[in-house]
Write a protein that binds this ligand. Structure first.
Ligand SMILES: [Fe+2]
Length: 200
């Protein structure tokens, strides 16, 4: 896998230092580990010398790490691709119409989303749920815990401390406000239009 570059030069309120650590070190690290795990799994399978033990085995360790690393890549890519905008949700006419219907108003909806993000230990995600055929909001506490299969993430908010501690200390609320200020609604609209065509 090739790491994706940031789709913007800088953000408002979220420093370049944070982005350097978050994107260039952490995210790129997940990409590298993802490749390494894939190579190790292929080598293990080809060796014929593997044991599927759920208490402890090399195979268990690799399979557990595989989903952690892959979701670490995918969730971060969506998170960074969400940013670099001006926070103007009118740039997402179709998506905001759906969200207004779901939550009453965009203001109330973003307030609710932000409260959910305060209640998460890892990620807060608005997704197109291909089974339900509608937009759903889910939280997850780790990359590979809490995700719902069959969902296409549209808005991904990283609430791990590494995303904000340098800039905001323990003030996660202000970080979430900065996230919405930098949110790229035009990008979210494009993704929503593509994702909502999928029905399973
Ligand atoms: Fe992160």
């Amino acid at each position: 896998m090739e790491p994706k570059p940031l789709p913007f030069k800088e953000l408002e309120g979220i420093s370049n230092k944070t982005l350097e650590i978050h994107h260039d070190k952490l995210y790129v690290g997940y990409v590298k580990k993802s490749d390494e795990i894939s190579e190790r799994l292929i080598a293990l399978r080809k060796s014929g010398n593997f044991e599927g033990n759920a208490t402890f085995s090399e195979l268990r360790g690799l399979k557990d790490s595989e989903t952690f690393a892959a979701n670490g890549v995918y969730l971060h890519e969506r998170y960074f691709d969400n940013l670099g905008g001006d926070g103007e949700w009118k740039k997402a006419p179709e998506l905001s119409k759906v969200l207004e219907k779901k939550w009453g108003s965009m203001e109330d909806g973003l307030k609710w989303f932000s409260a959910c993000a305060m209640a998460a230990r890892g990620w807060s995600v608005l997704a197109w749920d291909t089974k339900a055929g509608k937009i759903k909001h889910y939280n997850c506490d780790a990359h590979n815990q809490g995700g719902v299969w069959g969902c296409i993430p549209i808005i991904v908010l990283d609430v791990y401390e590494h995303a904000y501690f340098i800039d905001f200390g323990s003030d996660r609320k202000s970080y979430i406000e900065a996230f919405w200020k930098n949110f790229n609604w035009a990008e979210a609209e494009k993704l929503y239009k593509k994702a909502s065509l999928v029905s399973l």
